[in-house]
Design a protein around this ligand. Structure first.
Ligand code: NDP
Length: 483
């Protein structure tokens, strides 16, 4: 019997599933048990060629449809995603190991929001009329062409939709490569888009590791690359895209500050720190992994935090009661364990966790370190696992300087009841996606993305339309040409 997560085939090209077993096999491992639940095959050069040629051939006709027609298909796909939310959430859980408690509310639903939102905007993509006396200029907002999307492994359905929805709304086509750790969900997104009426070739999925991503990014037919991944991969992909003068969106990693002032509501601040460090077992790019707590409330904050973290339910991700999940892979678990050891060696105080769980699968205990200093490895490098660092501070001026002392700039959060200070501090923080008395909200209506080494461009919101379209200007002369 095949596992329910076994896909029909490895790739989805030109409106159908395609298989080519000549590619390197990629085992799909269920993180909660370590069992192999499916196999896909990396794209061979022939598969890459088929996908790029299909995407290129479909683009002009797709862009010629009206925005309303394109949007209708995206909104229909959003409805199907919502109708099948339970099954898609189970698949997401098999693909990533995240608990059903999360996948039921954060993955297919977020993908559906994106398809619905950009489907709604597709008909309103317009240019401007610029009067020039008798003459005038008008502008046209045009598709960029064939886009490549490359995803990380933490939100495979959401990342596929966050890239496809604005790209397709603007009249582009896409070849999407999921992370090799989570190859299943993007195939379902492609299947559902086609069931909703998407013309063949408009959204294609191919599997593979970085070398397949590299082949896609460097192909001269590709006009734009949108990557979600780590900063080192981002630098390589950005450079490869620059060689072909391609547009880019880079959604990369972070080491974001979450600042808790003495006047904050402690329970809300602890809740924000838990959401910003332990949701998806900490495998979230925007996490507030440097929690700066003002000295006067430090011990109270740590005591409440340890108590709440102790309530995490670690178990079978398919059980509704489970709130805490394994790492996506054994390799990622070992990377995070290495950081936990570094934290101990460099003198941070372990408040809770700090080890692997005694059960099958790639589970780590939710881990909190206190007395972390700015120079410690765990305070400087992105860990991408359930490890929170708590740092002390005295004054507002001091904490702003320390919060900004990082190469990254994805997110930042502030907890305080003093609203003047909240806005002042956020104004001084170098980050793209910020929160006041909250953490990690990412509605489709709000722009999402980073500054500094955390990336370029924005996903979600009307901003994403600017990153998936380009402007043509047309000067119209009413009189004679003087020469
Ligand atoms: P990686 O950077 O390792 O990989 C990202 C994707 O790029 C994968 O599909 C990978 O393929 C592919 N890739 C790797 N090398 C190349 C290359 N040379 N050319 C083209 N493609 C390549 O990231 P992870 O998958 O480990 O994801 C974790 C990272 O993603 C974290 O740093 C996290 O912060 C970041 N992230 C950022 C988000 C944001 O929105 N800012 C959201 C989520 C995660 P493969 O893995 O198959 O080899």
């Amino acid at each position: 019997m095949t596992h329910p997560a076994q896909p029909t085939a490895s790739h989805f090209i030109n409106g159908q599933y395609v298989e080519d077993k000549a590619g390197t096999p990629i085992p799909v491992i269920y993180a909660a048990s370590g069992e192999e639940i499916a196999t896909v095959y990396a794209a061979t050069p022939a598969i890459v060629e088929q996908a790029l040629a299909g995407g290129k051939a479909a683009q002009k006709a797709w862009a010629k449809m009206t925005g309303t027609e394109r949007g209708r298909i995206l909104r229909r796909a959003a409805d199907i995603l919502r109708e099948r939310n339970y099954d898609l959430s189970v698949l997401e859980t098999y693909d990533t190991g995240k608990p059903l408690q999360e996948t039921l509310v954060a993955d297919a639903t977020s993908g559906a929001d994106s398809l619905e939102y950009f489907g709604g905007l597709a008909g309103s993509l317009t240019g401007e009329h610029i009067p020039m006396g008798e003459d005038w200029v008008y502008t046209i907002r045009e598709a960029i062409g064939l886009c490549v999307g490359i995803g990380a492994w933490n939100y495979p359905t959401q990342i596929a939709c966050w890239k496809a929805a604005p790209a397709l709304a603007c009249g582009n086509t896409m070849v999407f490569k999921p992370s090799e750790a989570t190859p299943l969900c993007a195939l379902k997104v492609a299947e559902i888009l086609h069931e909703a009426g998407l013309p063949a070739g408009v959204f294609n999925v191919v599997q593979g590791l970085g070398e397949v991503g590299g082949a896609l990014v460097t192909d001269p037919r590709v006009n734009k690359v949108s990557l979600t991944g780590s900063a080192p991969t981002g630098k390589k992909v950005y450079a490869a895209a620059a060689a072909g003068m391609k547009h880019v969106t880079m959604e990369l990693g972070g080491k974001s500050p979450l600042i808790v002032f003495e006047d904050a509501d402690i329970d809300n601040a602890v809740g924000g720190a838990i959401n910003g460090n332990f949701y998806s077992s900490g495998q979230v790019c925007s996490n507030g992994t440097r929690v700066f707590v003002q000295k006067g409330i430090k011990e109270k904050f740590l005591a409440r935090l340890a108590e709440r973290v102790g309530n995490a339910v670690i178990g079978d991700p398919l059980d509704d009661a489970t709130s805490f999940c394994p790492m996506v892979s054994e390799a990622q678990m070992n990377i995070v364990l290495g950081y936990i050891e570094k934290g101990k060696e460099e003198g941070a105080r372990l408040i809770c966790g700090g080890a692997r769980c005694d059960r099958p699968g790639w589970y780590l205990q939710p881990t909190v370190f206190a007395d972390v200093t700015d120079d410690m490895t765990i305070a400087r490098e992105e860990i991408f696992g359930p490890v929170m660092s708590v740092l002390d501070f005295d004054s507002e001026d001091e904490v702003v300087v320390r919060a900004n002392d990082t190469e990254f700039g994805l997110s930042a959060g502030v907890f305080t009841k003093d609203f003047t200070r909240a806005h002042r501090v956020i104004g001084n923080l170098e980050a793209g996606s910020c929160f006041i008395n909250s953490y990690n909200d990412a509605p489709v209506e709000a722009p999402f993305g980073g500054v500094k080494a955390s990336g370029v461009g924005r996903e979600n919101s009307k901003e994403a339309l600017n990153h998936f379209s380009q402007v043509k200007s047309v000067y119209v002369r009413m009189g004679d040409v003087e020469a």
